[in-house]
Design a protein around this ligand. Structure first.
Ligand code: CMC
Length: 428
């Protein structure tokens, strides 16, 4: 709380509300008493001006293009830390000491296998099912298998559920992929890193040893870290809203996966690569730029623009550099990367994009990397879900242990019919 206030005047009165200050970032007006004081609600579709909670996990300054996890800049984490360190940091608030990291890594590795019966669950899906459809179903179904970690009032059960979700997500995603291509599921190998294990479960086969390529492993680690958390985005808010009713964590994360699937959110990486492929060659870029600017055309440059970033997304910078590294290592010359770079250059100089502060976001280059590694486009959003699970469980745990937590229940501006009497069908 600060001693600053905001006074609102309206027909019939004036009310003063306190301003709350965070450790960094804009103050927020505490309008919790607005309705009892005035009988009015606020109206903010899309929550463009609304802080829905307080959080100590992630800070974004969209104007300056800054992203911090527990205070640490994302580029430092992407460059210097392991995914397990970032997961620990997000969950517990501090970077782990060596022994804490070892224990955490060991604990996560002990939860990588799925209940064997879940593999029969997969067989209920069509082979051409989208991996996100499978992920929604299988993750939601975890609540039917792990009853000993669904009591959300018990902090120990909450932490076990969190470990299970982080540990099992790579197995679930890899199995979704294996199922669509008709290959046998590959069991986890706990001596490998989190990312190495995931690559082996995805691209390995039981008939041969699988060697993890260190450049690819590093690229995957960076991609996972860059996607681990992003403050109160749509899917995280969905997880929090679902969790606010007391729903179990597996159900809440399934809700987050459903929200992430949309093309305006996690589905943008798939859409961005499809768009780059459709553009095909740099000469066609002006045509697509013109379409993106045309008010009568619903087309948007996928991988461009962000609700919060009005500057270069700091994650996109790391992605761009990683894309080049992976292509060099794998000896791939992909015209899609050239198209992406050229498109970025043209858009960044175009008045429309400059005025609206539209810059490449995390999804603009990630598709190029994932494609080079060998993931089909349908898997891209599943990888996003895998990595974001860490942020979702951290945010969910924070919410459940917040003494101010209440069931999320927004109000509305009602614009429908006023009270009227029922008319029997023969009189309508
Ligand atoms: N291409 C062309 N015009 C755009 C784009 C774009 N990618 N993004 C925004 N605009 C325009 C939009 O038409 C609007 O113009 P006007 O003011 O004239 O009506 C203005 O910019 C503001 O757009 P908005 O839709 O009101 O902004 P928003 O904050 O609601 O939307 C967004 C943010 C990310 C949904 C949007 O920029 C978008 O659809 N981008 C493409 C999809 C994408 O890349 N999504 C990934 C986001 S990052 C990963 C994640 O968080 O999941």
């Amino acid at each position: 709380m600060t001693d600053k206030t905001l006074t609102m005047t309206f027909d019939g009165g004036e009310q003063t509300y306190p301003l709350l200050s965070g450790s960094v970032g804009p103050d927020v007006v505490d309008i919790r008493k607005l309705y009892p004081d005035t009988g009015m609600f606020t109206y903010d579709p899309g929550f463009t001006s609304t802080a829905s909670c307080q959080s100590a996990i992630t800070f974004i300054d969209g104007e300056k293009g800054i992203l911090l996890h527990r205070g640490y800049p994302i580029d430092q984490l992407a460059e210097q830390s392991s995914f397990m360190e970032v997961a620990y940091l997000l969950l517990h608030g501090e970077l782990p000491k060596k022994n804490e990291l070892d224990t955490f890594t060991y604990t996560i590795s002990r939860h990588t296998m799925l209940h064997e019966q879940l593999s029969t669950f997969y067989r209920g899906f069509r082979r051409d099912a989208h991996p996100m459809a499978v992920m929604c179903g299988v993750v939601g179904a975890l609540s039917a298998f792990y009853h000993d970690s669904t009591d959300i009032t018990d902090p120990l059960q909450r932490m076990i559920a969190s470990h299970r979700l982080i540990a099992k997500m790579p197995t679930i995603a890899a199995m979704a992929y294996k199922y669509t291509i008709g290959q046998p599921f590959v069991y986890p190998q706990n001596s490998l890193s989190y990312t190495g294990n995931f690559l082996r479960m995805t691209f390995g086969v039981p008939a041969e040893p699988y060697e993890v390529n260190s450049v690819v492993e590093r690229a995957m680690r960076r991609i996972f870290i860059l996607h681990a958390d992003h403050e109160q985005n749509a899917s995280t808010s969905t997880v929090r809203l679902a969790g606010s009713s007391g729903a179990n964590p597996f159900a809440c994360i399934a809700a987050g996966i459903a929200c992430l699937w949309g093309p305006a959110h996690g589905g943008a990486n798939e859409a961005a690569l499809n768009m780059l492929r459709e553009i095909g060659r740099p000469e066609r870029i002006p045509e697509y730029i013109a379409r993106a600017k045309d008010k009568d055309d619903p087309f948007r440059l996928m991988g461009f623009g962000h609700r919060v970033y009005k500057n270069y997304d700091p994650r996109a910078k790391v992605m761009q550099q990683t894309a080049q590294e992976v292509l060099d290592e794998l000896g791939i010359s992909d015209p899609v990367l050239d198209t992406a770079r050229e498109l970025e250059q043209i858009a960044l100089k175009d008045d429309y994009f400059v005025e609206k502060k539209l810059y490449p976001n995390v999804d603009f280059y990630s598709g190029v990397i994932l494609n080079a590694i060998g993931f089909p486009t349908e898997m891209f959003t599943a990888l996003f879900a895998l990595a974001r699970t860490v942020g979702w469980v951290a945010q969910w745990n924070e919410m459940i242990s917040d003494p101010e937590q209440k069931i999320g229940r927004p109000r509305q501006l009602y614009v429908g019919a006023k009270r009227r009497d029922f008319v029997p069908v023969d009189k309508r």
